[in-house]
Design a protein around this ligand. Structure first.
Ligand code: MD6
Ligand code: FE
Length: 206
């Protein structure tokens, strides 16, 4: 077993009934904070995924750059609270880490992908990034800390949890493809990925 600081893939961490509950929770949450269409900084090219967030901070990308902000870019409202089931997951797989502040919700329609990237818009990298996959299986690629490092691929199925911690916290990773029709969890198919992060440094006094 790998240590809590490195890379971990926890297959079917959430069983089917829990996945279903999570989807129901997300449906309510997305009616409050609808999916929006992010675009790349500078070029304005649309991402192939749509996004939303929950928690005190949400990750957004627009023509001006990538950043965390407290409000939904379209509705202007604060992001909905992070559900307890996701906080519980965080504390289970990242024991001792400060509270998670952001949960990015990515929705992949069939055909959507996510280019190789690092998660590095946070102010601290000591806490891991924890992800949950729901719906259709995806091909996930992960490499090293530079774009040129060799990569390996693995499938992420519904209910799987990935932890990028330690030396893999800044590893390049992405989604090559989503395998259409591999899950019946989402009525209209597609895939949801949730990524939980600590964004700010915890205050020294607390
Ligand atoms: C995805 N995941 O699974 C994209 N980032 O759709 C990520 O970008 C990711 O799975 C940080 C940590 C784990 C991840
Ligand atoms: Fe990522």
């Amino acid at each position: 077993m790998t240590t809590s600081s490195g890379f971990r893939l926890l297959p079917e961490y959430f069983d089917r009934p829990l996945q279903q509950q999570l989807v129901d929770t997300l449906r309510d949450l997305l009616s409050e904070a609808p999916l929006f269409q992010p675009v790349m900084p500078r070029t304005g090219k649309a991402f192939s995924v749509r996004m939303s967030n929950c928690g005190s901070l949400g990750w957004v990308s627009d023509i001006n750059g990538y950043r965390y902000q407290a409000n939904h870019p379209v509705t202007g409202k604060p992001w909905p609270q992070m559900p307890d089931v996701l906080r519980d997951l965080w504390h289970d797989v990242a024991p001792g880490a400060p509270e998670p502040e952001a949960c990015l919700i990515n929705f992949y329609e069939p055909g959507a992908r996510m280019g190789l990237h690092q998660d590095r818009d946070e102010e601290m990298f000591e806490a891991p990034v924890v992800s949950v996959s729901l719906g259709d299986t995806a091909t996930f690629r992960i490499g090293g800390q530079t774009r040129k490092d060799p990569t390996r691929s693995m499938r992420l199925a519904s209910g799987d949890v990935v932890v990028l911690g330690g030396e893999t916290r800044l590893a390049f990773h992405g989604i090559d493809r989503v395998l259409d029709g591999t899950s019946t969890l989402l009525k209209n198919g597609g895939r949801i990925n949730l990524t939980l992060r600590r964004v700010t440094k915890p205050s020294q006094t607390s």
